[in-house]
Design a protein around this ligand. Structure first.
Ligand code: GLU
Length: 510
């Protein structure tokens, strides 16, 4: 293990959005690429926004994606506990040390008082800061006896960070965005500890990143505005700050604006890794897992939403990605999500895994539909169908694979089925009947022999042959499929198919 330690620090306020999974993925990859440690920390200090089941959802989603943490609530670790709600004492000590050094202070202004000031000023102008704090009710303006009295009377107070008195230029480097400069005067005196004694996000996040020896903070762009305050907080504590890396936004398919839950609804694609049922409303949101996505396809898709290898390659296993991942190939600008591309990744991974790897799963899917395919049959079906589907269970939606068709493509029948076609199919069926070994090559050579003797072109017979066997106009090699069916079933389907098509044509002529 190297000194590289990264963390994923979600708040259990709902299901993990796919943007959150991408943050976890990039952290995980960065840890693996550097032989480091990936920590999962649950930032549950905001009790008001706590959602039942969210923490378990986060763990399950990460585990499905193959992003299990090295340290965290479940695996444990030497820097625990890993839930912020169990670390209150640490934050209290930290905030007291700041107060003692004059770098934080207690403020007694009530929410009503602050609201009045906010309303009296131009919109957005009032802030609690180096300019205004001298006129407000806090331990900087009140004498210590008064402060002590208020506290002993139980007056609620918060602890605020004391931003520098004099404006300063502050710079830090973001591993993705380069140098970031800001003036300390733009910051307000953020609350570090709330009246209930619980820390705010800023305090708990900084204290824990330090306590847990986090070397790199890799997180979404939405946290970039917090980074300046965090840099000053680290300085106040006398700690080095970790390297920051703020990931680009994931944009809507249109490229305009941040991808949201509603876009998924409107576009018919999931924005969550797993199905999520809201414990209050009972509404279920769809997840990639339940849609049939392979976890490696999902993570590959997320990998390419903001990172590239510097060349044209797009398909990566998670292990390959871990070898190549680096922060300097993460882009700054927003990454547009494309639901069709997500399916493309799924198709690539389904095929790349190879037929043999899907035999068991297909056998089970088939069984669930009452179709009893043995391993050889599953393998044959996969060889025919893998190139033609997005999800494994799409295969079973082609019912002609396991039962003679009842529906025949009327348009094609009208266009391609001529007077003489039925005769051809019967003649061909007779020749096929003579075969001893009903292999795909034998069916094919018989088919060709038939065309030769009758001086016919491929197209005149192959499509009707396909229609008779499947009812459809497209699909895998019909020689492979005939071999899969075997002689008896093939001949039965051909006879049945011819009859059905003739009946269809007769009814059309009426
Ligand atoms: N708890 C924050 C979140 O929900 C963590 C942000 C950070 O990584 O610093 O994303």
């Amino acid at each position: 293990m190297t000194d590289v330690r990264v963390r994923f620090a979600p708040s259990p306020t709902g299901p993990l959005h796919m943007g959150g999974v991408r943050t976890a993925l990039y952290n995980w990859l960065f840890a693996k690429a550097h032989g480091g440690t990936f920590v999962l920390r649950i930032e549950d200090t905001d009790q008001g926004r706590f959602v039942e089941g969210a923490e378990a959802y986060i763990e399950e989603a990460l585990s499905w994606c193959g992003l299990s943490p090295d340290e965290g609530v479940s695996p444990g670790g030497e820097f625990g506990p890993y839930r912020q709600s169990e670390r209150s004492q640490l934050y209290r000590n930290a905030v007291n040390s700041l107060i003692n050094q004059g770098l934080a202070y207690e403020a007694f202004d009530t929410p009503d008082e602050l609201e009045t000031l906010r309303k009296a000023a131009e919109p957005g102008v009032f802030q609690y800061d180096a300019q205004s704090r001298g006129k407000l009710r806090n331990s900087l303006t009140m004498d210590s006896i008064e402060v002590a009295k208020m506290k002993s009377n139980g007056a609620p107070f918060v602890v605020r960070f004391k931003t520098p008195d004099e404006e300063e230029d502050v710079t830090f480097e973001d591993a993705i965005r380069g140098d970031i400069n800001f003036k300390s005067s733009v910051l307000d005196d953020k609350v570090l500890m709330k009246a209930d004694g619980l820390p705010t996000y800023h305090l708990a996040n900084v204290v824990d990143d330090h306590e847990m020896r986090i070397s790199h903070v890799i997180r979404g762009e939405e946290w970039l505005p917090s980074a300046p305050l965090h840099v000053l907080l680290y300085r106040a504590f006398g700690w080095d700050h970790p390297t920051f890396a703020h990931l680009p936004l994931i944009l809507k398919p249109t490229g305009h604006g941040k991808l949201s839950k509603r876009d998924g609804d409107a576009g018919g694609f999931p924005v969550f890794p797993l199905d999520w049922t809201d414990p209050k409303s009972g509404t279920t949101w769809p997840g990639y897992r339940e849609q049939g996505f392979a976890p490696e396809a999902f993570t590959n898709m997320l990998l390419m939403l903001g990172w590239n290898p510097g060349d044209e390659r797009e398909i990566f296993s998670i292990a390959e990605a871990a070898e190549e991942f680096s922060l300097n190939r993460v882009v700054k600008s927003g990454a547009r999500f494309n639901p069709d591309k997500a399916k493309w990744f799924q198709e690539q991974h389904l095929r790349n895994a190879g037929a043999n790897n899907h035999v068991k799963a297909l056998a089970e899917l088939a069984k669930a539909q009452g179709v009893d395919w043995n391993e050889d049959q599953c393998k044959a079906v996969l060889d025919m169908m893998l190139e033609r589907v997005t999800f494994l269970d799409d295969i079973l939606s082609h019912r002609w694979l396991f039962e003679p068709p009842n529906v025949f493509n009327t348009k094609l029948v009208r266009k391609k089925w001529k007077e003489e076609t039925a005769g051809y199919i019967h003649e061909l069926a007779n020749m096929l009947d003579g075969l001893d070994s009903f292999s795909s090559t034998n069916v094919e050579s018989t088919f060709k022999r038939f065309l030769d003797t009758r001086e016919l072109g491929f197209g005149q017979v192959l499509l009707p042959f396909r229609i008779a066997l499947t009812g459809e106009g497209g699909g895998p090699s019909m020689f492979d499929f005939a071999a899969f069916l075997g002689k008896e079933d093939t001949l039965n389907r051909l006879n049945r198919g011819v009859e059905a098509v003739l009946a269809l044509k007769a009814s059309e002529e009426k």
